[in-house]
Write a protein that binds this ligand. Structure first.
Ligand code: PMP
Length: 434
């Protein structure tokens, strides 16, 4: 009966959804329910969720505090549109203003429903505020699925169509494992960041609207820039009149450990910051937050019907309160370091692991067939996915070549669960090698 439910869901999906709605595994895995760090399929199998709905389940599935806040809000007010102020929206905006990086002055928010819209809003605003059209993204970056976001996304598999929009350039990524300049940090002297000067001088009028960068390249495979990257890159952009748009869709809300936002580890203050995913523990929300003088530069009327939806905002407020009260930003650092130790242990055992990287509870393993040539292990990763599924562990995939395992459990995860995940990975690597 249960197995039948799963196969019915698969069949309905195949028939009625776009085939572009990709799923993991040879046979997709319909999920019936989830609680805390676990998800359950229709056969009652339990999975330790180490991808958290793509870094979205910040405080565990169906956290009781978030569920209670949502229930209360649903009984009171579900929707009136932004034409009427609602309390959860303004309270959330107030909370966001208090949490954004100290001294950056990011106090005014615009609410939408997704990361794509948050980035789209940021870039449109940067263009209006500066009067320039040129937008610089990063190679290996990901911004979403609107036309602009696809154009900013610098990974062929996610692009689909050729250049759909002019004015978007991509700088070299701070991807040390696959350095475009074939240099090694720190002797490289941040050649990738310094190249922004030439990129701007040669491909724009010399004036730019903004540099949009993820703090950690998420879909790109949790690529962590060197510590000084933004300190070198951002002043170059500013010298050419551009704003720094920091995409914290994946790295925000404590995910990187010890800081609320990833960029706070890098000593640079953004002009505009975008968030989505983990903000409301699974309820749809996108946020673009900036300084008042930039926010006031928006030209023309604008509205987001569902933006600032009271239910999503109530969920976000409860999520942030749980992160505060349960000290989850610290937990992400402590348990994240424990996860890193476990992954480094695996790398000593399995040569297929070419690189271990990440911060906090955002950790990745880049798989290669040969550590010298760094040939992406595209096939082996599929086998490891099947093996981890069989053993009850959900993991994520990333990287331009689809050869990076991404691990991002809820921030509530403990060391025991990390040990279980590392044990399952260990067994899965061994099985995939056999
Ligand atoms: N920015 C980043 C860094 C992302 O990872 C994503 C989603 N993977 C987006 C933007 C787009 O978000 P959404 O899918 O909510 O539109």
């Amino acid at each position: 009966m249960a197995a039948q439910a799963a196969s019915t869901i698969r069949e309905l999906q195949r028939r009625y959804l776009f085939p572009s709605v990709i799923t993991y595994y040879e046979e997709s895995l319909p999920i019936e329910s989830a609680r805390g760090c676990h998800a359950f399929d229709f056969d009652g199998n339990r999975y330790l969720d180490f991808f958290g709905g793509i870094l979205t389940i910040s405080v565990g599935h169906s956290h009781p505090r978030v569920s209670a806040a949502v229930r209360r809000q649903i009984e009171k007010l579900v929707h009136v549109s932004t034409l009427y102020p609602n309390e959860p929206q303004v309270r959330l905006a107030e909370k966001i203003a208090a949490k954004t990086p100290a001294g950056a002055g990011l106090t005014q928010s615009f609410f939408t429903n997704s990361g794509s819209e948050a980035d789209e809003t940021a870039v449109a605003l940067a263009r209006m505020a500066t009067g320039s059209g040129a937008v610089i993204g990063l190679r290996h970056g990901y911004s979403g699925r609107t036309v602009l976001a696809r154009q900013l996304t610098a990974q062929a598999p996610w692009r689909g169509l050729d250049d759909e929009m002019p004015g978007v350039k991509q700088a070299h990524a701070p991807y040390c494992y696959r350095c475009a300049f074939r240099l090694a940090y720190p002797a490289c002297e941040l050649a990738c960041a310094r190249d922004l000067e030439e990129l701007i001088q040669t491909t724009t009028t010399g004036r730019v609207a903004c540099f949009l960068a993820e703090t950690i390249l998420g879909v790109g495979g949790f690529v962590v820039p060197p510590r000084e990257y933004f300190e070198v890159a951002v002043p170059i952009v500013r010298e050419h009149g551009g704003l720094f748009v920091c995409d914290e869709v994946q790295a925000g809300w404590g995910r990187t450990g010890d800081r609320w936002f990833g960029i706070e580890h890098f000593g640079v203050k953004p002009d505009i910051l975008t968030m989505a995913k983990g903000t409301a523990n699974g309820f749809p929300i996108g946020v673009t937050v900036t300084r008042p003088e930039i926010a006031s530069k928006w030209k023309g009327l604008t509205i987001s019907t569902f933006g600032g939806n009271p239910v999503s905002c109530a969920a976000a407020l409860a999520t942030i309160e749980v992160i505060e009260e349960e000290s989850l930003v610290r937990n992400a650092a402590v348990v994240g370091a424990h996860l890193e130790d476990g992954l480094r242990g695996l790398a000593e055992k399995y040569p297929i692991i070419g690189d271990v990287r990440g911060m906090g509870l955002m950790r990745a393993l880049e798989l290669v067939t040969d550590r010298k040539t760094k040939e992406p292990a595209r096939k082996a990763i599929l086998r490891i996915f099947e093996e981890t599924r069989r053993r009850g562990l959900l993991i994520g995939k990333g990287g331009l070549y689809g050869n990076v395992i991404r691990l991002s459990p809820p921030l509530t995860v403990g060391k025991a669960e990390v040990d279980e995940a590392v044990r399952i990975l260990d067994e899965s690597f061994a099985a995939a090698r056999a």
